[in-house]
Design a protein around this ligand. Structure first.
Ligand code: ADP
Ligand code: 5GP
Length: 210
């Protein structure tokens, strides 16, 4: 019989979706329900929008401060998106590992795949809208983006969907919110039961005679 696999402690979950699909709403629900979960607040050089708060939605910094953080190795991944820099803090990965908890990264596909390259046990979940028409409706209804931003996001959506559905571990269609959230929660529960993630130390399974 093979030895059971042992994965690193903690669960790293990446949630990606074209902007406006509902991934932030899904992520916040998950965070409220799953014990010992932390949300990765990204660092960005873009300006805050609408009611966004520093330290809650993003850590807003200038370009020089962002570059210092790159040099100090403070990002597990970073990228330039729409002319601004965005990065995910390495400290979130370290904390999830140390606490044996779950970290949720609400980032784009290139960022998610970069984390998975460094941490192959990362679970990448892609959320898709039921249709591009519905995506556009949600972007307008959210009321946070100017018309040219909505047009740019709609142009980016198609290629982001193609990248996500071909490279991510799980795909969730966010048509009905409660069902989509149920799917997301089920994926997290299943991943927690994956071989290598369950703490079996108290079972004392040493082989007899070894
Ligand atoms: P994202 O983080 O993907 O950019 P948000 O979480 O901000 O998206 O959601 C975009 C908008 O769509 C919000 O106004 C949100 O309330 C709404 N929304 C999310 N899920 C659904 C759904 N299943 N049906 C209808 N509207 C939704
Ligand atoms: P927004 O400006 O609309 O909040 O985000 C723009 C894009 O940047 C979205 O696709 C979002 O997922 C992505 N993003 C946000 N934070 C990060 C991050 O830390 N790393 C990467 N790679 N992308 C991010």
């Amino acid at each position: 019989m093979n030895e059971p696999t042992v994965l690193q402690p903690g669960l790293l979950v990446v949630l990606s979706a074209p902007s406006g699909t509902g991934k932030t709403t899904l992520a916040r629900h998950l965070l409220a329900e799953v014990p010992n979960a932390l949300f990765s607040v990204s660092v960005t050089t873009r300006q805050p929008r609408g009611r966004e708060q520093d330290g809650v939605d993003y850590h807003f910094v200038d370009v020089a401060a962002f570059q210092e953080r790159i040099e100090r190795g403070e990002f597990v991944e970073w990228a330039e998106v729409y002319g601004h820099f965005y990065g995910s803090p390495q400290s979130v990965v370290d904390e999830a590992r140390a606490r044996r908890g779950m970290a949720i990264f609400d980032i784009d596909v290139q960022g998610g795949l970069a984390i998975k390259r460094k941490h192959p046990d990362t679970v990448c979940i892609f959320v898709v809208p039921p249709s591009l028409e519905e995506l556009e409706r949600r972007l307008r209804e959210r009321g946070t983006d100017a018309e040219d931003t909505i047009r740019r996001r709609m142009l980016a959506a198609r290629s982001e969907i193609e990248r996500g559905v071909s490279s991510y571990d799980y795909i969730i269609v966010n048509d009905n919110f409660d069902r989509a959230y149920g799917d997301l929660h089920s994926v997290v529960i299943a991943e927690r039961c994956r071989q290598g993630r369950v703490d079996l130390s108290k079972l004392r399974l040493e082989r007899s005679g070894s």
